[in-house]
Design a protein around this ligand. Sequence first.
Ligand SMILES: [Zn+2]
Length: 338
Amino acid sequence: MRVGGKDRCAIQEAAGSLDSTFDPNQSAAFSAAPEVQPLLAKELTGDLRCARCKYNLRGLSIRARCPECGMSIRGTILAKVDPHATELQPIYFPRFTAIGLLLWPLAGVLAALFLWCVRASELAGHPAPGWIADGVVLCTLLSGFGAIALVRPHAQIAPDCVARAIVGVLLYLPLALAFHIVLNRIDPIAPTPFVALGQLSTERSAVRLVCDLLLMIIIACLRPNARLFVHRSMLLRSGRVDRQTMLAMVGALAVVTLGDLAHLAGTQFSGGIEQIAQVLGTVLIAVGSMFLTVGMFGILVDMFRIVPAVLSIPVSLESVTDGQFSGSMLSTSSSRVP
Ligand SMILES: [Zn+2]
């Protein structure tokens, strides 16, 4: 077979182009293992702060260690790079959302504490000053205002979830009104069933039942979008600290509701049966309210954990390695670390 000058040239060209695509890293890959090992030697092209000391690791090899504290850079990648980063929608207004997310449970906790103050001063024999009852109503409204952050924090939220969240926020208005009626209208004119036996009021228990139901509906309405934020936080998503706090609060509310129903049933009787219903109802309300308050603190703690994930843009592997790696590298490298 005759190879002409022109043809030889073409072959050399082809060989040359083959050579240029075979960089030493790739040939090393073939000789080593059919894995992505050589890619691990590549450097970080984006900003990535060391998980331990916050030193910027940009420009260092992924196989290296932090020059400041010695932590392995792969460890930082595993801790900081979010495999779901590219799926997470950017939040429209991160600061307002973060403030709302904190205000929502913080005002709720304050409302609960004010309410405990009202009851505690009743038991102590000194009715609480009016501004404490006003504090319950005001904090309820503030909590609902904070919950606006849950309505549509970013794009691509299912319309029915947005609609549910709007309903949840709006229901804070009748809830605050119901608290106002119980604390500022009914309680000042008659002793509450918590201090005096035989003082059950149908009206009071009925309005309280409305409060219980409203709170349950509010929690059910806000929960789907609150879960979106739990998913945003790597820490909470990983399941290590994820709690079904809001479901537990619905359970606590069910106990409170049973207590109010016992009070309501008690109004139909007199004497011993009424008193038994009253004591039973009061115990249920106290226990349920305690768990409800604990649940609110739990949500407050969770929100403090979620806020950093709201304020910072999630770090994707692509953003720190110039898109050279896929997420599979994380699992490969972690299994390789001795
Ligand atoms: Zn470090």
